[in-house]
Design a protein around this ligand. Sequence first.
Ligand code: 13P
Length: 328
Amino acid sequence: MSTQVVTLNLPGAITDNGNRPLLMHEIRDLARRRNAIILAHNYQWPDVQDVADFTGDSLGLSLEAQKTDAEIIVFCGVHFMAESAKILNPEKKVLLPNLSAGCSLADSITAESLDEWKRRYPGYAVVTYVNSTAEVKAMSDICCTSANAVSIVRSLPARKILFTPDRNLGNWVKKQVPEKEIVVYDGACPTHDVLRGANISKTRSVHPDAVVFAHPECREDIIALADEVCSTTAMIERIAKYPGAKTFIVATESGIVHQMKKRYPGREFIMADGCIGCRLHCPYMKMITLADVKRALVETKFEITVEPEILASARVALDRMLAAPRDN
Ligand code: 13P
């Protein structure tokens, strides 16, 4: 854990009364005394990332949650991520510091709509993106994240697949695995889906030598213009592939730039919409503040619970995913 604070010039990034170093110190002290681990997604506010023991993508966070010895997991991300941590650690307390941190993509599919869809496509294997509720995971054959979706679909024995709920990720997988018959559900992440190829072209016209990184939740026209299409952690790792590149255009949520700048302070990272924090800003991810993290540790709030029967079935789908390799 690094306590070095590197801030992005984002509106609303000040998440406490100004005494941020003291608050961060208190949080670290509380975490130690309560035997808690703090996990943060790459989209969290910079100060929340800096106070965490581990910052990563959805897959990395699930793996970290699976192997921790801590009694309490404070999950700085959105609800479905904390729920996955609970499914993988039923005996531990999993806390989400702000219960309003949901996910509109996860909400786009319910147990009822998946049930109806499964009846429409009998015999299809269901591959569900982790951006989904425990109920939906429990009805799926296997889960995936943006870091392993292609490998998982490719390695499944089934040829016919229902991919849910993200249509952009599903269409990306479909292109990579043409030998499978893949039916894609019609959900999308509004933060990614708002981008158009024209945004990239415009930003690139100002930075013609820039390398373009896109998350597979982006639409096809963005993917077509990208040099790399991958998960958030893979984006950070792939910077090393371009030792001569000075500028990177980033088509995903703006929080990721914090880790990129920390690791590569000499490089320039530009949001694909050309406007830091305007459109590429997930309102749910940004609901968790340092003050919320402190309250979570002091008051043991908000504890995530999952019904045992749902938990057991969702666990099968998540365990199968965790046994699969990363895409690259
Ligand atoms: P990652 O798989 O890179 O963590 O992305 C998760 C996500 O929710 C993207 O919107």
